[in-house]
Design a protein around this ligand. Structure first.
Ligand code: E4P
Length: 217
């Protein structure tokens, strides 16, 4: 399973990258706004910087919602760097645009996916990635993991090549369950990635080893 970090914060991207386990980055307009990046030039430069930091797929989201402008914007984003994956929302014009991009050699990440039906459409249109938002589904009182399992089963039965990118990760358990249920990728905030390191018995065990080692030095 690939690990992407879900942020536009360069310091956090650097920290995850230095851990040696980072395969890519996802961003969205809210994450860009959170780090104070706005305006086409600044946003494009920011994507370029991220691409230079991490050698992996970098999702860059279109802001448009109609077919013609999604295509124009997606082409410009794709031209920033070969590793850019154009992130397109799961709407009617988005699906049409994903098909266009697929036919024209531009890889896409279909975002804002909340149902198996939407995931089937994304795969049919040829998206490289489909992003089910598990945390937001949990927030609404459903179980996001059931969706991951359902999509994984459908894609296996149908032989779809679209990769399942478990998004909207909120905690360590989301990452572990996504791995168990067959997600191809998780995109997570740094906090949950680092959370995977933690176990109290590791801390207790290490303290004891360090203590005992002093007896022989
Ligand atoms: C996916 O690529 C999105 O950027 C992200 O995972 C959304 O997460 P959120 O629900 O925490 O905003």
């Amino acid at each position: 399973m690939k690990f992407f970090i879900d942020t536009a914060d360069l310091a956090q991207i650097k920290e995850a990258h230095e851990l040696g386990i980072l395969d890519g980055v996802t961003t969205n307009p809210s994450l860009m706004a959170k780090v104070g990046i706005s305006g086409e030039e600044a946003v494009f430069n920011h994507y370029k910087t991220i691409c230079e930091m991490v050698d992996g797929d970098i999702s860059a989201e279109v802001l448009s919602t109609d077919y013609k402008t999604i295509i124009e914007e997606g082409k410009k984003l794709a031209a920033i760097h070969p590793n850019i994956v154009v992130k397109v929302p799961m709407i009617k014009d988005g699906v049409k645009a994903i098909k266009y991009f697929t036919d024209n050699g531009i890889r896409t990440n279909c975002t804002l996916v909340f149902s198996a039906g939407q995931a089937i459409l994304a795969a049919k249109a040829g998206a490289a990635y489909v992003s089910p938002f598990i945390g937001r589904i949990d927030d609404s009182g459903w179980d996001g993991m059931i969706l991951i399992e359902q999509i994984a089963n459908i894609y296996a039965v149908q032989g779809y090549e679209t990769e399942i990118l478990a998004a909207s990760i909120r905690n360590v358990n989301h990452i572990v369950k996504a791995a168990e249920l067959g997600a191809d990728v998780i995109t997570s905030p740094l906090e949950s990635i680092l959370g995977l390191l933690k176990h109290p018995l590791t801390d207790i065990g290490l303290a004891k080893f360090v203590e005992d080692a002093k007896k022989f030095s």
